[in-house]
Write a new protein. Structure first.
Length: 112
């Protein structure tokens, strides 16, 4: 059985795979290096807009970043891809919008 990764670990791995330092990721997001460090250490949770921005920077879905869906969204074959964003695939949202599943995952980890 595969060990469940934390949000912080997924952020760290995606950041490193993108070839970014904590400082450079922080600059792109408009936050400090320390904020990125806290996210990666699971000492804090990024705000929704930062999760969205990181998913775009890293080229993964928010669901993959949150660990609620597989990372390999690009593994779908061209024939399985919808003709337009959000069209033809149940549970998908137009580009830049969250699916209900992604929104529920974000709300589940959001700090009140």
């Amino acid at each position: 059985m595969r060990e469940q990764q934390t949000l912080g670990r997924r952020i760290q791995e995606a950041r490193k795979a993108a070839g970014l330092s904590q400082e450079s990721l922080g600059e792109r997001l408009g936050v400090s290096r320390q904020a990125v460090s806290k996210w990666e250490a699971d000492a804090a949770v990024p705000e929704l807009e930062n999760l969205i921005a990181m998913s775009r920077i890293f080229g993964v879905t928010i669901g993959a970043l949150l660990g609620v869906e597989p990372e390999a969204a690009e593994d779908r074959s061209e024939k399985d891809a919808p003709e337009a964003p959000g069209e033809g695939v149940e549970g998908t949202a137009p580009a830049g919008e969250l699916t209900d599943r992604e929104l529920a995952a974000v709300e589940a980890i959001a700090v009140p």
